[in-house]
Design a protein around this ligand. Structure first.
Ligand code: SF4
Ligand code: SF4
Length: 280
């Protein structure tokens, strides 16, 4: 258990980071995944199969780029597992077309990389999309993935790697005894990476995907709709975004949903048993 001074310093650092960090956007392309990780922070083990249609991707990107095509420093393509999306190459091209200067990273568990076709590799290369791989304790030849990237002229990086057995953070959410949204936001680990899902932008994946917990376990995590068309709620409708400030506000201030985020516990990787205790 960390002492109170360390906890306070960490909280101040986390809040400062929320203000200092440039805007970054996660495009949630696929809800489901081909790995089954206990406590997955995107709730993939309990997610039904669901893809974001390319037409919806384009409509969202087109609107946001019309507001400000340089407002994001990075756009992340992820899920679930984004390589399960049949039009992933087209998505890379769309992001680059609407956001010519943004950094693009495709976050993958790597399981499908050696089955990707030439169109995929060409899209990554031509759009300067970085293949950002998380190294899980499963049988995947990560050296082979790095070599494939090299052969195809695609940038490769390791996004996350296990350290001292603390592979995951379990984000405990609680709809029975919620806390203070302000206190929870102060302790929050999220660095303001916005998540776009189903036409709405949320301050984090925890909030964006919480509906999956309701569906799987009959829980009652509720989202508050924005007031005055776009402010004060848990999300912003993409079509209601009128300025960069609309999104900055979302990442810099606690939202009503923050009351559910009671604590974070380091945990080791294991296959999910789809048990509520992995998340609740
Ligand atoms: S690989 Fe990533 S997205 Fe897939 S279940 Fe594991 S943690 Fe979730
Ligand atoms: S809902 Fe709020 S406290 Fe919870 S992870 Fe998101 S930003 Fe952090």
């Amino acid at each position: 258990m960390r002492n109170p001074v360390t906890r306070l310093c960490n909280a101040v650092k986390a809040v400062r980071a929320k203000f200092d960090e440039p805007l970054r956007l996660e495009l949630s392309l696929v809800d489901h995944c081909n790995l089954n990780c206990k406590g997955c922070t995107h709730y993939c083990p309990i997610a039904p199969r669901h893809l974001m249609p390319v037409a919806e991707v384009e409509a969202c990107l087109s609107h946001l780029a019309g507001v400000d095509s340089s407002m994001f420093s990075y756009i992340y393509l992820l899920g679930g597992e984004p390589l399960l999306h049949p039009d992933i190459a087209e998505v890379c091209h769309l992001v680059r077309r609407y956001f010519p200067t943004v950094g693009i990273k495709l976050l993958t568990n790597g399981l499908l990389v050696d089955r990707m076709d030439d169109a995929f590799w060409a899209a990554c290369r031509d759009t300067d999309t970085v293949l950002s791989v998380t190294i899980y304790p499963v049988k995947v030849d990560y050296d082979r993935i790095e070599a494939l990237c090299r052969e195809n002229g695609v940038r490769y990086e390791v996004f996350h790697q296990p350290k001292e057995g603390r592979f995951f953070s379990k984000h405990v959410i609680d709809d029975v005894n919620p806390g203070s949204r302000h206190v929870n936001f102060l302790r929050c680990h999220e660095l303001g990476c916005l998540t776009l899902r189903d036409g709405k932008i949320y301050p984090c994946a925890t909030s964006a995907y919480a509906g999956l917990v309701n569906e799987a376990f009959g829980r009652r995590f509720e989202h508050t709709a924005p007031r005055e068309g776009r402010r004060g709620g848990d999300y912003v409708e993409v079509t209601a975004v009128k300025s960069r400030a609309d999104l900055s506000r979302l990442k810099e201030r606690p939202t009503p949903f923050c009351r559910y985020c009671t604590r974070i516990e380091p945990t080791e990787w294991a296959p999910s048993r789809r048990d509520p205790s992995e998340w609740l």
